[in-house]
Design a binder for this molecule. Structure first.
Ligand code: FUC
Ligand code: CA
Length: 868
């Protein structure tokens, strides 16, 4: 028989293999065969394991505690090698910090726990300690805006108008060139978030057994425990908001404690130990910012006395450390200082520490737990998670393999969901001076990537996506104040970069320029554009409009008119900038120019990113004005503007365009790029909804055209986007990919480096999968994945000031209730209330209305409605 080509090839190969055996390669050959065989066995075993694990039935109601648990101190945890490395995680020590410490915080104070046995180490942060901004006492600070003419006699706004003209004439190349001259002055102005200090405790313990380090996020208490010579040693750590202190309780059984407490500055201030108190205070070399921190040790018997610059604790079985820290930062442009002397500032910190010490640890702890649970307990979730067999680092690692029970996977997903809430409560409180930054409040470096600043082309917004949906509206208050504080410097930016000669001649007030901020912001009102290599990436006039979406959600969810009256002036002033600068694109449509789409492509006449945000700003500002009965004349003008805005367009591939003219933009680049800025109308915006089938289908196509391997926050954004399309399985894929690719052993999200937005966006994504209330209607389980066959959730907030509780089994809703907190109509999607009836809690049917697109009923405040 004649051999085919393929058969010839195969017999040749066989010949080669047998010859191989006959030679001295025998050893290697048999080794290779062994490897192949064992490989097959492993693959076979993996498949069987996968079958066993996947077919495990999961049942809800286990009520597993939400605890991050480790059997090793931070120094011994195996680190993760993230899939992509767009940015450096810093030094290897900093990388270890970011992956392994356990964070506690009270909003402005943060502490990160290593849990070391011989020498414990805790990194202390206070959120306002920043370099950059004005030097103390410098009232001439103008936030990095370049107000002078340059050598060629042009002002920044001259360039701005030249770029616009070039764009209007279709000369993008030349426009780019001129645009590159528009810049801010970051040198010495931008600064960076700083680390405050290191708390150490030298126990000198060796040969510890039964070690455990844990962070219980059900009550916000971290612990370390182990045995030495059979005697138990325990440490308990809290960060209290009511008492504004970090507190540590150190206890031992058996032998009395004997250890030394040290506390040192990262900025050269000398630690002074006196009695049982350590203080260090000073002024930052960079900008003269004053800082002070005080630590005091209280013992139960025994002694705590100064020894060198530390405190020796001995002869007691229990010691408590109270610590607080503060700076003279205030959010008042242009000085950004409280005006306190170092002595006054120090007194403030002393008073705080001694008031807590006076109160005593147990009371401070009880008040802290109570205060924390008041926020945390509002929300519950159960996908059938059961306490896993593994420590949290191993759980994360095994999540990427088949070797986890489904109930363990569900546990990790629940834990991640709750962790996003824990981290927000711990890094952003109603009384916090600043919102959560790129790392919340936890930072080990004085040179953190991006200065651990406030990026507003996605990051800061994402930090608060889950604030309203999961019942943490108070935690968003610092964000409102932050945006408000951008107004004053932002007016200078608007005037400097976009003011015209005509406006100057008319002598318009600063307010009449509106306010403007770009991608990168600091606590010192840096609102100018960037400079250098990434100047283009830092251009983003509608970033403020995006922040205002967060603020306005506060009203949509809470329906508090006083709150609306508080944010309305900010909304109105943000529109002023666009009222002044929107331009005709040549077809009668209004666009923003020069326009950019984060963080790729060129400078254009309008981008879908900018237009979607501007549309939303006008949309929400009009509604707000109408609710408040304000500015009727403006409303008419805004409505006209809104109707002329260029918004969504679909390209030849059926996707949402990112640029109106996509020529010259690489589709490969777009595929790999982490930002999905052209889809902001889908989430968090209101432009693209299920009501517009064509746009929704295009959005799905766009999403399918986004690479799965991406940064942590970008995965989180994809969860939210897919949820809004109603595709739960795709949303779930993004969610599980995020855990596999971007979650560190301590559950912090990795860009890399550690960036907290991904943690927050993850939680927001889960909420969005379970309940949606955008587009003026509430939907239950709009994007339920197969992985969450059965579950229960309560405390999910919806727009219209109400709260939802749901249970479902085998993918179908089994019970639902809605609690209204205001009188008014609640609207639901047709499918949500199809074949269902609404009852009061005592079983009285409630009448519903439908107009064919929604079903609604009139709810009364503080009433729960059962849906069956
Ligand atoms: C934006 C993102 C980066 C990073 C930075 C802090 O510029 O594009 O990925 O998250 O913010
Ligand atoms: Ca909205």
């Amino acid at each position: 028989m004649k051999k085919t080509k393929k058969e010839k090839k195969q017999s040749k190969l066989r010949g080669k293999i047998s010859r191989f055996f006959k030679t001295r390669n025998k050893g290697i050959a048999s080794f290779l065969i062994l490897v192949l065989l064992s490989g097959t066995i492993v693959i076979g075993a993996t498949n069987i394991a996968a079958l066993v694990y996947v077919s495990e039935e999961v049942s809800v109601g286990a009520n597993a505690d939400m605890v991050l648990r480790y059997d090793k101190p931070a120094s011994k945890i195996s680190l993760k090698q993230p899939l992509i490395n767009l940015a450096s995680a810093g030094s290897s020590e900093d990388n270890r910090y970011q992956q392994t410490v356990l964070p506690i915080g009270n909003g402005d104070l943060g502490a990160s726990i290593y849990g070391e046995i011989s020498q414990e180490r805790i990194v202390i942060n206070e959120k306002t300690l920043w370099t950059g901004g004005p030097k103390s006492g410098d009232a001439s600070y103008n936030g990095g805006n370049i107000t002078d003419k340059d050598a060629s006699g042009n002002t920044m706004s001259d360039y701005y108008y030249q770029v616009r003209e070039l764009l209007a004439n279709g000369n993008e190349k030349e426009a780019e060139k001129v645009f590159s001259k528009i810049r801010g002055d970051k040198q010495g102005v931008y600064g960076s978030y700083q680390c405050f200090g290191d708390l150490t405790m030298s126990f000198g313990h060796k040969r510890a057994t039964d070690y455990e380090r844990a962070l219980n996020i059900d009550n916000a208490v971290a612990t370390v425990s182990y045995k030495v010579d059979g005697a138990e040693h325990t440490r308990e750590y809290i960060a209290s908001d009511p008492d504004n202190v970090f507190a540590a309780k150190i206890a031992s059984q058996g032998k009395a404690l004997d250890f030394k407490v040290g506390y040192s500055s990262r900025h050269g201030a000398k630690s002074v130990a006196q009695g049982s108190t350590i203080t260090f205070s000073g002024e930052l070399q960079d900008n003269g910012m004053r800082y002070c921190t005080v630590l005091s040790v209280v013992t139960d018997g025994g002694s705590a006395v100064a020894e060198g610059d530390g405190i020796r604790v001995s002869g007691t079985h229990e010691a408590v450390i109270f610590l607080s820290a503060a700076t003279d930062y205030a959010d008042n442009f242009p000085v950004y200082r409280t005006g306190e002397t170092l002595a006054e500032l120090s007194q403030r910190v002393y008073d705080t520490v001694f008031a807590a010490a006076e109160k005593g640890y147990e009371q401070v702890k009880a008040d802290h737990v109570n205060d924390y649970k008041n926020l945390y307990d509002r929300f519950r979730i159960d996908f059938g998670g059961k306490t896993p067999r593994y420590t949290t680092d191993k759980l994360v690692r095994k999540y990427a393999t088949p070797f986890l029970w489904n109930s363990e996977r569900r546990y990790l997903e629940q834990l991640m969901t709750c962790y996003g809430r824990y981290l927000l409560i711990s890094s952003s409180r109603k009384n916090s001076q600043l919102p959560a930054n790129l790392q919340g409040v936890w930072n080990n470096s004085n040179d953190a990537k991006w200065g651990s600043d406030y990026h507003i082309n996605v990051n800061l917004q994402m930090n608060y996506w889950h604030a309203y949906t999961t019942g943490l509206s108070e935690c968003a208050d610092p964000l409102v104040r932050f945006v408000d504080a951008l107004r004053e410097p932002g007016r200078i930016t608007s005037k400097t970069y976009t003011g015209t000669a005509d406006e100057a001649a008319r002598g318009i007030s600063d307010e009449e320029y509106g306010f403007l901020a770009h991608t990168e912001c600091t606590p010192f009102g840096y609102t100018a554009p960037g400079e250098g290599e990434y100047a283009k990436a830092q251009w983003s006039p509608p970033a403020v409009a995006w922040l205002i979406q967060n603020l306005y959600e506060g009203y949509e969810y809470g329906l508090d008119k006083d709150y609306l009256a508080r944010i309305y002036p900010i909304m109105k002033e943000a529109t002023v900038y666009f009222d002044r600068t929107l331009m005709d694109d040549g077809s009668g449509k209004l666009v923003s120019a020069p326009s950019y789409s984060p963080e790729h492509g060129g400078i254009k006449l309008g981008s879908v990113y900018e237009q979607s945000l501007i549309w939303q700003l006008y949309n929400d500002t009009i509604t707000a004005a109408e609710i408040l009965g304000a500015d009727a004349d403006k409303v008419a003008q805004w409505k006209d503007t809104k109707s002329k805005l260029k918004t969504i367009e679909i390209n030849s591939k059926g996707q949402i365009k990112e640029w109106y003219d996509e020529s010259g933009v690489s589709s490969v680049e777009s595929y790999f790029h982490r930002h999905a800025s052209h889809l902001l109308g889908l989430h968090p915006g209101d432009l693209i909804t299920q009501d517009n089938v064509q746009w929704m289908q295009a959005a799905v196509k766009s999403l399918n055209n986004k690479c799965d391997i991406t940064t942590g926050w970008a995965s989180a954004q994809r969860i939210n986007l897919w949820a809004r399309t109603g595709n739960g399985d795709e949303a779930y894929k993004a969610l599980s990919r995020q855990i596999k690719q971007s979650v560190y052993p301590n559950l912090w999200d990795a860009h890399p480096p550690f960036q907290i937005d991904g943690n927050f966006g993850f939680t927001a994504g889960v909420a969005e999968m379970l309940v949606q209330s955008n587009a003026d209607k509430i939907s239950f389980l709009p994007a339920l994945p197969k992985a969450w066959q059965s579950g229960e959730v309560s405390g999910l907030r919806v727009r219209g000031n109400a709260e939802v509780a749901l249970s479902w089994r085998n993918g179908a809703l089994t019970s639902a209730s809605v609690t209204a907190y205001s009188d008014g109509e609640l609207k639901f999607s047709l499918s949500t209330l199809a074949n269902k009836r609404v009852y009061t809690q005592d079983g009285q049917p409630v009448s519903t209305q439908t107009d064919g697109t929604i079903v609604s009923f009139n709810a009364r405040a503080n009433t729960t409605y059962i849906i069956k």
